[in-house]
Design a protein around this ligand. Structure first.
Ligand code: DUC
Ligand code: ZN
Ligand code: ZN
Length: 459
């Protein structure tokens, strides 16, 4: 059999094993794994001394999402997936946001129009329901889930998007009936509003107040409530972007009760603290995301969650707004409540976990693969097409130089933002080549693919 590509002599790692082998690829899929492939191939990559890992799957990114009056996200599908690719990802899962009054199907069609021919990675959408009308829950949502949109997110915070408990229950029920998994952004909106109003009345309007008005108790309580609602309906649930130990404890308790719960954390909860939001002038706005970064103890709790298996998913929650931009972090108003929530991170997610986690001995390579690729594919119905290195799987492969050291600088990033929260962070280990379904997309920092290469993946 003639092959399109052989990746030769690399150290291959999956979520389960690490082994030396050649990988044979034909028609976009892995067709042979062997110590020495003898078949001829059109192209070869010499991976000796390098790691060959499943392409990263970042199942939590926001691209081209409407973000309120006068605010614009930095990244569209072209720049967001370009940044993802250079960070070693082959699949990203952006959100498709239903705006109030909008039909869900129209929202999906609008996102497809934005993404078409613009993606350098494969993509697959989660649906966000903000207006759960009888038509949406009774007809549109079941039809979309049946058509392959198998994950549904709801917000418990943000006045324009949040659902009340009755609406969450109804949405969860519709998702369960149609066979979808639920994602929940869990923060108690009334707590946040109460504290924000008090801070504003007291004239405490600096970016730092974003952290103090969104305390751990607001996240912990909402997580407990989301888990309880999911238990009542018996739907599998993903609690996204967990920032602290007490919230992880809620996850553990729900699992002990027998619930199907998936837990996610993100680089910002390992690398940033609330002190970053107190930076001089308006600099703190660069770190405003929700839930907010906490303190050193909670960073440690999140690391423990990654080490012990409390967390299944390590995602970026890439949600970039430019800093020097009135449509971004400098939105007029001058109060912390005006700062759009979210930070960039799709390109730095895996290098940070590799460097801080694998190289520093906190997690092993197999756990790294599970947290950055395999578990995302399993949670959202992409496995085993995506997320592993096995015969028949898509040849989505990222080649890492485990010893390449780099300093994170925004000028080297490939997004359309104007800063990175991790400026100056020293990294050991970096992705140096990415293949998407057997096609070379990036090598040694040079782009080889085009926007026509990324495909939409129905699940
Ligand atoms: N929640 C997200 O999931 N992403 C960005 C902002 C937010 O609040
Ligand atoms: Zn969220
Ligand atoms: Zn998010």
């Amino acid at each position: 059999m003639s092959l399109d590509l052989i990746i030769r002599g690399g150290t291959v790692a999956t979520a389960a094993d690490t082994f030396r082998c050649d990988i044979g690829i034909a028609n976009g899929r892995i067709v042979e794994l062997s110590t020495a492939i003898s078949a001829p191939a059109t192209e070869e990559y010499d991976a000796q001394g390098l790691l060959v890992l499943p392409g990263g799957i970042d199942s939590h990114v926001h691209l081209a999402q409407p973000s309120g009056e006068g605010v614009e996200m930095a990244d569209d599908f072209a720049s967001g997936t370009r940044s993802a690719l250079f960070g070693g990802n082959t699949t990203v899962m952006p959100f498709c946001l239903q705006e109030k009054g909008q039909s869900l199907r129209d929202a999906v069609d609008a996102y497809h129009a934005k993404a078409r021919d613009n993606c350098l990675t494969d993509i697959s959408f989660h649906l966000i329901v903000t207006d759960p009308t009888p038509a949406v829950l009774g007809q549109e949502l079941p039809a979309l889930i049946a058509a392959g949109y198998k994950s549904v997110k709801v917000f418990m915070t943000y006045e324009a998007m949040r659902l009340n408990d009755a609406e969450i229950l109804a949405t969860m029920d519709a998702a369960r009936r149609a066979g979808a998994v639920m994602l929940v952004h869990a923060e108690n909106e009334d707590v946040i509003r109460y504290l924000s109003d008090a801070h504003v009345r007291a004239g405490d309007i600096h970016a730092a107040a974003h952290a103090t008005t969104r305390p751990i108790a607001a996240e912990r309580e909402a997580t407990h409530r989301a888990l309880s609602l999911a238990e009542v309906v018996d739907v599998p649930v993903v609690i996204v972007h967990i920032s602290n130990g007490p919230t992880i404890d809620e996850i553990s308790r729900a699992r002990a009760r027998g619930q199907r719960v998936t837990a996610e954390t993100c680089p910002q909860y390992l690398m940033l603290t609330k002190d970053d939001l107190s930076a001089e002038g308006w600099e703190g706005a660069k770190y405003v995301c929700s839930p907010p970064p906490r303190d050193r103890d909670q960073q440690e709790a999140c690391w423990r969650g990654l080490e012990t298996g409390a967390f299944d998913l390590f995602s970026s929650d890439h949600c970039a707004f430019r800093f020097n931009d009135i449509a971004g972090k400098k939105r007029p108003g001058g109060k912390f409540t005006h700062i759009p929530n979210g930070i960039p991170g799709v390109e730095t997610r895996m290098p940070i976990l590799f460097s801080e986690g694998v190289k520093k001995g906190r997690i092993d390579l197999n756990r790294f693969v599970a947290l950055t690729a395999t578990n995302h594919a399993k949670t959202y119905g992409l496995y085993p097409k995506k997320g592993t290195i096995a015969i028949g799987s898509d040849a989505d492969l990222t080649i890492w130089n485990p010893d390449l050291t780099r300093t994170i600088r925004h000028c080297d990033m490939h997004d359309a933002c104007d800063y990175t929260p991790y400026e100056g962070l020293e990294i050991s280990g970096w992705p140096i080549a990415v293949y998407l379904r057997g096609r070379l997309m990036m090598k040694d920092g040079v782009l080889h693919g085009s926007g026509a290469d990324g495909a939409y993946i129905l699940r």
